[in-house]
Design a protein around this ligand. Structure first.
Ligand code: TRP
Length: 338
C-alpha cells in the first residue's frame, strides 16, 4: 500500500528558447511539438531565455512584447504549468548569479572556440559584446542550476551543452561534487524544415524573404499563400529523392503534421500535380497549428493570467535554483550562512 505513495523520481529535463520573434513551423515541428510529449515522462522545466536575447540589443519595448509572446506560446503548446515549471529566465536571479561564478571557471580559450560565437562575431562585427562571448556560460547556469539530467538540443546547440558539461566537470573536480553533468536528450527526432524559397537552407526566423518561413501564428490565408509559392522542381511528381529539395521539404512538413510516412505520401499524391500537393500541405499545417494559435490568442488577451503564471513559475524554479546556487557559493568560499 505504502509503495503506491512513493513516487519514482523522473528524469529532470530542461529546455529553453530565446524570445526572438514568433517560432516558425520549423521550430515547431523540429522541437516544440516534442516538448509536450517529453513533459509526460519527465520532470520538465521550460524557460524563456530572455537574458540571452540581450546580447543582440533588441529594442526594449519589442523585447518585452516578445517575452510575453514566447511565454504565451509555451503555454499555448499545452505545456501544463502545474505539472511542469514554465518560467522566464530573468525572473529567477540565480541564473545571472551562477553565471558569474561559472564565468570564473570557464577558460577564455574554450569560450573562444565556440562555433556560434565565431559565426555571430563575424556576422555582427559591430557588436561583439562580452555577453555574446559568455552566452554559453549563462546557458550552462540555466542547465546546472536544476541538476538537469537531459537537455533537448538541436545540432546548433550541441557544442554549448558540451561546454556546460566541461564547466560542471571542472567545477566538481576543483570544488567537490556540486553539479550533475547533463546529457543530450535523445527523443523522437523532429522534422528538419527547410526554407520554402531556398530548400537547401534551414527555415529561419530571420530570413529576409517574407515567403521563406511560415510562422506559428500566421493567418491561414497567409500560410496558404506561402505554400503556394514554395519552390519545387520541374518533374511534377511527388516523390522523395535526391535533388528534389523543395518537394522533399514539403513531404517532411506534411509527414510532421500528419504522421504519414514518405511512401504513404507518395501513394496519396500519385498522379496529382504539385498544385494539389501544396494546397494539402498548407491545409495540414493550418489544421496542425490551429489549436496552438487559438490558445495563444486567448492567453495573450489575459495579461493577468500570463503574469500570475509567470510569477508562480519563477517562484517554483527559484526554489530549486536557489538550493544549487547556495551550494555553489559555499563551495567557492562565499558567505552563505546569514
Ligand atoms: N541558446 C539556446 C538557443 O538559442 C537557448 C537556451 C538558453 C537554452 N538556455 C538554454 C537551451 C538552456 C537549452 C538549455 O537555442
Amino acid at each position: 500500500m505504502e509503495n503506491e505513495i512513493i513516487k519514482e523520481k523522473k528524469p529532470v529535463v530542461l529546455s529553453a528558447i530565446q524570445p526572438t520573434s514568433i517560432p516558425t513551423i520549423g521550430n515547431y515541428l523540429g522541437a516544440l511539438k516534442n516538448w509536450k510529449n517529453m513533459s509526460e515522462d519527465n520532470d520538465c522545466l521550460f524557460a524563456v531565455a530572455d537574458l540571452h536575447a540581450l546580447t543582440v540589443h533588441p529594442e526594449p519595448a519589442k523585447l518585452r512584447q516578445q517575452i510575453y509572446e514566447m511565454y504565451a506560446t509555451l503555454l499555448a503548446l499545452g505545456l501544463d504549468p502545474e505539472k511542469n515549471i514554465v518560467f522566464i529566465q530573468s525572473m529567477v536571479p540565480a541564473h545571472a548569479e551562477l553565471a558569474w561564478i561559472l564565468d570564473c571557471y570557464t577558460m577564455f580559450g574554450e569560450a573562444q572556440r565556440m562555433t556560434q560565437f565565431k559565426d555571430k562575431s563575424q556576422k555582427h562585427a559591430d557588436n561583439v559584446n562580452v555577453g555574446l562571448f559568455a552566452y554559453p556560460v549563462l546557458m550552462a547556469a540555466d542547465i546546472l542550476l536544476y541538476q538537469a539530467d537531459y537537455v533537448p538540443v538541436g545540432a546548433d546547440q550541441k557544442q554549448h551543452l558540451e561546454i556546460a558539461r566541461d564547466i560542471a566537470d571542472r567545477f566538481n573536480n576543483l570544488r567537490g561534487q556540486t553539479f550533475k553533468l547533463p546529457e543530450p536528450y535523445i527523443g523522437k527526432i523532429g522534422a528538419k524544415v527547410m526554407s520554402l524559397q531556398d530548400p537547401t537552407q534551414k527555415m529561419s526566423k530571420s530570413d529576409t524573404n517574407p515567403r521563406a518561413s511560415v510562422f506559428l501564428f500566421d493567418s491561414p490565408d497567409l500560410i496558404m499563400k506561402k505554400f503556394k509559392s514554395a519552390v519545387t522542381d520541374s518533374e511534377a511528381k511527388v516523390r522523395y529523392a535526391d535533388g528534389k529539395d523543395g518537394i522533399n521539404n514539403l513531404m517532411s512538413i506534411y509527414s510532421g503534421c500528419t504522421g504519414l510516412g514518405f511512401d504513404e505520401i507518395e501513394r496519396e499524391f500519385e498522379g496529382k500535380g504539385y498544385g494539389d500537393f501544396k494546397v494539402r500541405v498548407a491545409e495540414a499545417v493550418i489544421e496542425e497549428i490551429r489549436p496552438v494559435r487559438e490558445n495563444f490568442e486567448r492567453i495573450m488577451k489575459d495579461k493577468a493570467y500570463l503574469l500570475e503564471t509567470a510569477e508562480q513559475g519563477a517562484q517554483r524554479a527559484g526554489r530549486i535554483a536557489y538550493r544549487t546556487l547556495q551550494k555553489a557559493k559555499k563551495k567557492v568560499g562565499l558567505i552563505v550562512d546569514r
